[in-house]
Design a protein around this ligand. Structure first.
Ligand code: SF4
Ligand code: SF3
Length: 544
């Protein structure tokens, strides 16, 4: 075993990647990510001590968010970037220690371990990973907590880029990270922390919703063009809307067109972006289709976050990363400095030399059903439920992935009765968002709220419907949950739903490898979480 990682749904053999990641992460990068997490826990520990002493330390808080995001599945494969971030962590820790004046007794190893040597980093990195927790239930809960916090970090980072922060979320991140190095905590102390993580998941998604909508307006019903224009284009993937905005501004009037890919599709729904004439529409499908679609796009591609698949040599020189994303050999667009936007001129120059995208499909898809838009249709929706025209809402949010068994979600969507409506968010939608499922009295049967973080919108809609129908419990609504997961943002979405009291969520295509049998049992008993089986069986159960 040269590494161990089981944080995503594609963990090898359903248990964990041990030699190389199915995602393409090499063992040295996987181990260095473990070390980065270890050093980040040290930063969290010092930052908590600084808080107690009344020392304000925003640099440490930003460091924690950035580092956690870097270790998310399919975000960063760049060994040098990870080593640089580890070294930066030492500096952040030292500066906090200096401000505090002395090293307190019982300082955990992650807060004092230092080296300048890459060799020593590599050696250490093999002993600080997931398997360093010996008890499998403790390990399971600490990892579940860690992955939830990685999701929080991703959303906090996007909000931060738009100037929005939440001190309580930052404080929870420190508390949670410090808990993962506390050897005294037992299962019954870790479980409440996991649930608390869900509460902060709701907080951070609400913060990001506020940041996005106050910056760019409320998403509105939009027909998104799937075809291509005649100009060279830049394709933008990932989740960061600030990057998207800056690129749109910098390409205006240049003769370069802009397209979205995968999780950037919902950018099409925002009023602030629609006004740009050179914003043509969406190209392609979910993240894993990029190995074909980046090829045929012909122009440069900007990855603002995950999900990046290790690029083929044939188009690698056209792949640019920024923010938490990174890949050795791909150009990385540096961070903003002194309040100035990022400089995308290198991408723009590159695009000028490229051919226009090759058309892979035509037509349109409709989206933009975030909470504000759905509430604008509330009367229509409530009437449709009261008249029985809509019998069930089916939340099919979450992630997509490569495994062929995910065709289950296409089949499930197709087989749903005609009086049901799908509520979706995240890249899971690509399994069915181009099906012609029609509408119910003008309400489309697939309502796409946006990115995975916009699952918050689905919760807001559910809470609003509960209020409208005067119900006591969110579980009395005619809503069922069939969620698909892949990476750690889906983990925080799941924990957020649990913290809102949602029960009987079906989670697939497989249950996480990081849930030990005992932890899985608790989730089943307390929350009724279940896996998926066949379309027929699940349909019968969920539509009952
Ligand atoms: Fe394996 Fe997923 Fe970890 Fe990649 S992120 S190494 S695929 S478990
Ligand atoms: Fe997708 Fe990676 Fe999870 Fe944002 S882009 S949902 S998988």
């Amino acid at each position: 075993m040269s590494m161990f990682c089981y944080q995503c749904q594609e963990a090898s053999k359903g248990t964990g990647c041990e030699i190389k990641g199915v995602c393409g992460k090499t063992s040295d990068v996987a181990n260095l990510q473990d070390l980065l997490l270890f050093v980040t826990k040290g930063v969290a520990w010092w930052s908590q001590k600084a808080d107690e002493a009344g020392i304000i330390n925003p640099v440490a808080e930003k460091y924690i968010i950035d580092s956690m995001f870097i270790t998310i599945t399919n975000a960063n494969f760049d060994r040098n970037k990870i080593i640089a971030q580890i070294k930066k962590g030492f500096e952040v820790q030292d500066s906090l220690a200096e401000k505090l004046g002395k090293t307190p007794e019982n300082t955990p190893e992650c807060a004092i371990w230092r080296t300048d040597s890459e060799e020593a980093m590599e050696e250490k990195s093999t002993s600080v990973g997931v398997l360093s927790h010996k008890n499998e239930d403790i390990r399971s809960l600490k990892e579940l907590l860690t992955y939830g916090m990685k999701g929080i970090a991703a959303y906090a980072e996007h909000a931060h880029n738009l100037g929005y922060h939440n001190a309580e979320v930052n404080a929870f991140m420190k508390k949670g990270l410090v808990a993962t190095v506390d050897e005294t905590l037992e299962v019954d102390e870790l479980l409440p922390l996991v649930l608390e993580c869900g509460k902060y998941g709701v907080e951070v998604m609400s913060l990001l919703d506020k940041a996005n909508t106050e910056s760019y307006g409320h998403p509105e019903i939009t027909s998104v063009n799937l075809g291509v224009g005649k100009n060279p284009g830049i394709l933008v993937s990932g989740h960061d809307l600030k990057d998207f905005e800056e690129l749109l501004k910098q390409t205006e009037g240049t003769g370069i067109d802009i397209y979205t890919h995968s999780e950037m599709l919902p950018a099409n729904y925002y009023p602030a972006f629609k006004k740009y004439k050179h914003f043509i529409g969406n190209y392609g499908n979910s993240w894993w289709a990029q190995t074909k679609e980046f090829e045929s796009f012909n122009g440069p591609v900007l990855l603002t976050t995950n999900c990046l698949v290790p690029p083929k040599e044939s188009y690698k020189e056209r792949v640019y990363t920024t923010g938490a994303a990174g890949f050795d050999g791909c150009t990385h667009i540096p961070e903003r400095k002194d309040g100035q936007p990022k400089d995308f001129s290198v991408l723009i120059e590159h695009a000028r030399k490229c051919q226009a995208p090759t058309e892979i499909e035509t037509g349109e898809i409709v989206g933009g059903f975030a909470h504000n838009q759905v509430m604008a249709l509330a009367d229509k929706v409530v009437d449709a439920v009261k008249s029985g025209a809509i019998k069930k809402f089916v939340v099919m949010a979450g992630c997509d992935g490569r495994v062929s068994s995910r065709s289950y979600y296409t089949d499930f969507a197709q087989e749903l009765p005609e009086d049901s409506v799908i509520l979706t968010a995240g890249c899971a939608k690509y399994r069915y968002n181009k099906l012609k499922l029609g509408d119910i009295g003008g309400i489309p049967r697939i309502l796409d709220a946006g990115q995975c973080n916009d699952s918050y919108s689905l919760a807001v809609i559910a809470l609003k419907l509960k209020e409208v129908f005067g119900l006591e419990d969110i579980n009395e609504l005619p809503i069922v949950y069939n969620i698909a997961w892949y990476e750690q943002k889906a983990v925080i979405v799941l924990l957020a739903l649990l913290s809102l009291g949602v029960k009987n969520i079906h989670l697939g295509p497989t249950l996480p490898a990081f849930l030990s049998p005992n932890v899985a049992k608790v989730l089943v008993e307390q929350f009724g979480i279940g896996s998926i089986s066949t379309v027929e069986q699940d349909m019968a159960e969920m539509m009952a």
